[in-house]
Write a protein that binds this ligand. Sequence first.
Ligand SMILES: *[C@@H]1O[C@H](CO)[C@@H](O)[C@H](O)[C@H]1NC(C)=O
Length: 435
Amino acid sequence: MAGLVGRRDKHAAQSVRGSRIAAAIAVGILLGGTFAFLYPHGFFFSNHASQFQGRRLAKSILQIGETTCETSERVNMLKSDLADLSTKNDELKKQVRDLTQKVMAAEQKNGKSEQEVVVVGEQQKAGPFGTVKGIRTNPVVLPDETVNPRLLKILKKVAVKNELIVVLANSNVKAMLEVWFASIKKVGIPNHLVVALDNGIVDFCKENDVPFYTRDPDEDIDSVAKTGGNHAVSGLKFRILREFLQLGYSVLLSDVDIVYLQNPFDHIYRDSDVESMSDGHDNMTAYGYNDVSDDPSMGWARYAHTMRIWVYNSGFFYLRPTLPAIELLDRVADRLSHPPPAWDQAVFNEELFFPSYPGYVGLHASKRTMDRYMFMNSKTLFTQVRKDDNLKKLKPVIVHLNYHPDKLPRMKAVMEFYVNGKQDALEPFPDGSDW
Ligand SMILES: *[C@@H]1O[C@H](CO)[C@@H](O)[C@H](O)[C@H]1NC(C)=O
C-alpha cells in the first residue's frame, strides 16, 4: 500500500484532480487503519458495511493506479465513498468515546475493573400469560479432575449418581458420629463420606468400615484451623466442599448431630443451586412471610411491610455443582477468614439472601427450602410433633438436633422413637434446654 501511494504521488503532482485523488487515497488508508484498529474482529453492527465500502475503495484505488483513464464518475464514486466513511468514522469514534466513558464509570462504581458480567442463554420470546418460568436450575460446571485426583478416586467409589452425604468430624464428636453412622447404616444409604479431621476419627472409620477422606496438609487452611478462633474454623467446611463441587459432584452437607430415618436423596428436588433445611418452626417462619411493622407517628402510612424468613440451617444443605453454589462457598469462607468475627450460619444466609445494592453485588443463587416435617429440626420435633398424634405418625427423612445442647441423648431417643417404635422415648426431655 505504501508503494502504491508513492507511485500515485508522482503522477498526482501533475494535475489538480490527481492531487485530490492522492489526498483521498491517503485519507482512505488512514480510515482503513482506524477501522482495522477499532474492529479487528468485526464486533460492531456497522462492520459489514464498512468492510464492503473499504473493499470498494481499495478496488477503485487499484483501478486508478493501473489505468490513466480517470473518469469523473469514478472520482465521484470515490468522493462519496470517502464522505460515507468519514461520517461512519466519526460515528464510531463517538461510540468508542461513549463506551470508554461507560467502562470508566462502571469501574469507579465497582471499585475494580475485573468485574465480569455473564449473560447466559439465547434470546427467546416470552410465551403466553402464566407459561413463563425464569431459570432456577443452573448448568453444572465442567468437572476439573486436576483439582484433587485423590479425592476424585474416593468420590468415584462412594458417590451414587454423582452425589453424596459429607460430614466433617473430629474426635470431640465421635459419640455423635457413631449414632449418625448407625442411622445411615440402618436406612441403607451407601453414598456417605466422613471428612476425618484427626486420627481418632480415621481409626473409628477404619474400625467401622466407614468411607472417609483426610485432607492434604494445606498451609492456608491448617493455619486457620490451628490458630483461628471458633468462627474461622467453622469456615473450614466451606473451603473443603469447594473441591467436591469442582470435581462435579453434588454434596449434601451434614452436621454430625443428625439422625437419618429415610434416604434423603429420594426427597431432594435438585432444581436449585442451594436446597436447605430451615430453622423455622411453622410454615410462616420456614417458608417466609410478610411481617408488617407499625409506626403510628406516620399516621396514614403507619404500616410498613417487611419480608421475613427464618435462616437456612448451614448444618444440612444440598449443593448442586454450579457456579452460584461455588461462589456461595467462596463468599462465606472468605468472610469467615477475616474480621469482624461472624457466625457461619448468619454469613451463609446473608450471602444467600441479600440482593445487590449500591456498592454491593449479591449472589443471586436459586434456593429451595426443604419440607420442614421431612427435614425436621429439633424445635419442631420437641415442641410440636411429639405432642400431636397425627404428626407423630409422620416419618421424617432426618431429624437435626440443632436446637438442643444435650444432643447425644436426644439423638438416641429419636432412634428409639422412630426406629425401635418406643412411643414414650421422646417424653423425658423438656421442650427447650433446661437453663
Ligand atoms: C404448610 O405448608 C405445607 C407445604 O406447603 C402445606 O401442605 C400445609 O397445608 C401448610 N400448613 C398450613 C397450616 O398452612
